[in-house]
Design a protein around this ligand. Structure first.
Ligand SMILES: O=c1ccn([C@H]2C[C@H](O)[C@@H](CO)O2)c(=O)[nH]1
Ligand SMILES: [Zn+2]
Length: 136
């Protein structure tokens, strides 16, 4: 599946956002190793803190569906931003946990701006799963 197709899936996922507070919808589409796409949208909460971003919704759904961590091929994310959307810090950390550091991340907006990057480029100097390898 190419980047443009995955971005279209993220736009479809965005339509499902539950956003009574910010009215800012975000969609994510995570491509698994079998070619299946997992949709994520942001899901807000009256207490604000429990809000789940679109990116984490997509990753948590795919893991809960039985897909292996770090087996994913790409993720596209879209919001109505001035430039390509920038994932929040919490989602970047969860990407480092559940996706390969070299996995393609396609960031877009509704105007058609696109930035192709990777998980490790989004979180330089990250603390990740391998940093706990020496624990006895
Ligand atoms: O990359 C992003 C940035 C923001 N949001 C959500 C969180 C909140 O619901 C709303 C405004 O921050 O957008 C995401 O889902 N992904
Ligand atoms: Zn986030």
């Amino acid at each position: 599946m190419d980047s443009a197709t995955l971005l279209k899936e993220a736009i479809k996922a965005r339509e499902k956002a539950y956003i009574p507070y910010s009215h800012f919808g975000v969609g994510a589409a995570l491509l698994d190793s079998e070619g299946k796409v997992h949709h994520g949208c942001n899901i807000e909460n009256a207490a604000y803190g429990p809000t789940n971003c679109a990116e984490r919704t997509a990753m948590f759904r795919a893991i809960a569906d039985g897909h292996q961590a770090r087996s994913f091929k790409a993720m596209a994310v879209v919001g109505d931003t001035g430039g390509p959307i920038a994932p929040c810090g919490v989602c970047r950390q969860v990407m480092i946990e559940l996706c390969d550091p070299d996995m393609l991340v396609i960031l877009g907006n509704l105007k058609g701006d696109v930035l192709e990057t990777t998980v490790s480029e989004l979180l330089p100097g990250y603390f990740g799963p391998s940093d706990l390898e020496n624990v006895k």
